[in-house]
Design a protein around this ligand. Structure first.
Ligand SMILES: [Ca+2]
Length: 300
């Protein structure tokens, strides 16, 4: 009986010991799992999702307000600045288009004391340094008048402006950015960087065809330094391929403003939050009528 009890007690001890060992193993396993998980999290790169917005300006009833849906899936607003004695127009066209059955039509009267503008704007973008941005659109510019300095597409950051400087520097300049502008004496589409204190990346090899649909493709890798890339294709012909700054640079702004006696701090990190397309400014000597269709912006 004693022997039997002894054996039972040994077995019980062994069982408890095994149980403890198993528990220890279990705890070790959990720790290993947690630390492994932590390590993975530490080395994990944040995955940036590609953003694509496309709009062919299609409508049910040819009404411009159909482009501004409550869910924010389409366009945000119209930018319209009329010259003193004329009213700019924005309409849906059902006679001139390249895709579907509609395009958007802009009629921008020539400027007087007011810089004339009429364009459509998409807000809520988040374009930061290192992003690759591709904007494509089809344009139809009516007539053969000179369109020197006409601006077609703007990418802008208003949130990067120094709030303590406010509008002390003129309302026109409070949203720094980069733009597509006609230059070279008439209609050579180029990349304008005046609002970020840069020079225009110009080309004079490819005049913009008129009275016909023209495909424009603008591709950039965004940078506040000269490591940015800037490519422009017109009807599949590459007309610009040049490195260079294409976002506002804090030091460049500081240096430019200090010359005016203003202490300017660019709000960082810089992010372009809106794109505009149309006659984003018409400083030409003429009224300009143009159509746009098949717009897209890709941020990756
Ligand atoms: Ca369309």
């Amino acid at each position: 009986m004693l022997k039997y009890n002894l054996t039972l007690s040994i077995l019980k001890k062994r069982y408890l010991c095994m149980k403890r060992k198993l528990f220890k193993l279990f705890v070790l396993f959990i720790f290993a799992f947690i630390s492994c998980d932590k390590e993975e999290k530490n080395t994990e790169e944040p995955i940036k999702q590609t953003f694509i917005f496309k709009d062919g300006f299609e409508t049910e009833n040819n009404q411009i307000n159909e482009l501004f849906t409550i869910d924010g899936e389409r366009w945000t607003t119209i930018q319209q600045t009329n010259p003193t004695n004329a009213t700019n127009k924005i309409t849906i066209s059902s006679s001139t288009f390249t895709e579907g059955k509609n395009a958007i039509r802009f009629l921008s009267n020539k400027s007087d004391s007011q810089l004339s503008k009429i364009d459509i704007e998409k807000n809520g973008l988040q374009i930061v340094e290192g992003d690759k941005v591709t904007i494509t659109a089809n344009f139809y510019i009516v007539g053969t008048d000179s369109i020197e300095n006409l601006l077609l597409i703007d990418l802008e950051c208003c949130s990067c402006w120094d709030p303590t400087v406010g509008d002390n520097y003129g309302a026109e300049n409070q949203c720094p950015g980069i733009r597509l502008m006609m230059s070279g004496g008439n209609d050579y589409l180029s990349i304008e960087r005046g609002k970020i204190s840069g020079t225009t990346i110009q080309q004079t090899n490819f005049a913009f065809p008129r009275d016909q649909w023209v495909t424009v493709e603008w591709e950039m890798v965004m940078s506040t330094t000269n490591t940015g890339t800037n490519k422009l294709r017109i009807n599949q012909t590459q007309v610009i391929n040049q490195p260079g700054m294409n976002m506002p640079n804090a030091q460049v702004f500081k240096d430019a403003f200090i010359e005016e006696g203003i202490n300017f701090s660019l709000q960082e990190p810089v992010s372009y939050e809106r794109v505009q397309i149309g006659a984003t400014a018409n400083p030409t000597a003429n009224n300009v009528e143009l159509f746009v269709d098949d717009f897209s912006i890709k941020i990756e």
